[in-house]
Design a protein around this ligand. Structure first.
Ligand code: C2E
Ligand code: MG
Ligand code: MG
Ligand code: MG
Length: 293
């Protein structure tokens, strides 16, 4: 019986691999043949923890697949990266989000937007041009755009990273470090770079939550204190519960993002969502907590 179970597992495993290989091939082929048209951007609110105001949104790519429905980025980003499609995808996404943000500003909703940039794109010469094109076409204020970079993007070649960051900053664009706490880069080296924001990965929040007693959240608080000293703003990612919100507030984070405060939503849904928050007093944190009671 054990042997049979083993065989089943092997069978399941190879079926999984086959499916994975087939999926990668499908993604590669479709992306090459114009699935760019099937991409959509969803926007997740980022909220100030002092006033509860919605300060901006993060742009998150999805694929509206004709048969499989709306696919999250984990399903296709790595393939897009391998096939060289991620840079054209991001180029499109930059233009699309800047266009949306400019529209919202015209509607009286001046929201900041954050766009995720891959390490490979950050390492190219084209990034600066791609960003400038998107800004010029949309006439969006550069200060409204934040680029989210991962620790690895910056740690691989710190000297080159610093140069690239300086160019981006010279025309007003802001930069955030994404998923902080998931890599092993030197904190000192990272924070010495000209960055404006540190996004603290939700794994640190769940770790803080697991530690019981008076020490809960101390690591979080220590990171936030350090960012304060350096004049860097902090964003807590993955705030899902009232308890998470309490923890990140207590740690002194400036901003927060997560399902409790707002789900990612389409460009069509966002303006009315923000308006509804404003009409209810503008404090999204208070509203979210009311909703959980
Ligand atoms: P990220 O940049 O850290 O984005 C945050 C992710 O956490 C998003 O997942 C978001 O939907 C999810 N999230 C937000 N609030 C919560 C919460 O309360 N709980 C939990 N468990 N998750 C939450 P998503 O949209 O699946 O994106 C995953 C990752 O894919 C992103 O992580 C980012 O690294 C990457 N990504 C997404 N769009 C792009 C893109 O256009 N370009 C690049 N290069 N990467 C992208
Ligand atoms: Mg991000
Ligand atoms: Mg993140
Ligand atoms: Mg993350």
């Amino acid at each position: 019986a054990a042997k049979a179970a083993g065989r089943d597992r092997v069978h399941l495993f190879s079926a999984g691999l086959r499916d994975a290989a087939r999926w990668r091939l499908e993604v590669a082929t479709r992306l090459r043949d114009g699935a760019l048209d099937e991409l959509v951007v969803h926007y997740q609110p980022i909220v100030r923890l002092d006033t509860g105001a919605v300060e901006g949104v993060e742009a998150l790519v999805r694929w509206q697949h004709p048969e499989r429905g709306l696919l999250p980025p984990d399903n296709f980003l790595s393939v897009a990266e391998e096939t060289g499609q991620l840079i054209p995808m991001t180029r499109w996404l930059l233009r699309e989000t800047c266009r949306n943000a400019a529209q919202w500003a015209h509607m009286g909703l001046p929201l900041r937007i954050a766009v995720n940039i891959s390490a490979r794109h950050f390492a190219t010469e084209t990034l600066v041009r791609d960003v400038r094109t998107a800004l010029r076409e949309s006439e969006l204020q550069p200060e409204q755009l934040t680029l989210e970079l991962t620790e690895t993007s910056l740690a691989e070649d710190p000297a080159r990273a610093e140069e690239q960051l300086s160019v981006l900053r010279s025309f007003g664009v802001r930069v955030a470090i994404d998923d902080f706490g998931t890599g092993w880069s030197s904190l000192a080296q990272l924070l010495a770079l000209p960055i404006g924001t540190l996004k603290i990965d939700r794994s640190l929040l769940t770790a803080a939550e697991r530690v019981s007693g008076p020490d809960a959240g101390d690591v979080l608080a220590a990171i936030v204190a350090l960012t304060r000293t350096l004049g860097i703003r902090s964003v807590a990612e993955g705030v899902e519960t009232a308890e998470h919100l309490r923890l990140v507030r207590q740690a002194g984070c400036d901003l927060a993002q997560g399902w409790l405060l707002g789900q990612p939503m389409s460009a069509d849904q966002l303006p009315s969502w923000v308006r509804a928050v404003q009409e209810a007093g503008g404090d999204r944190c208070a509203l979210a907590l009311e909703g959980t009671r």
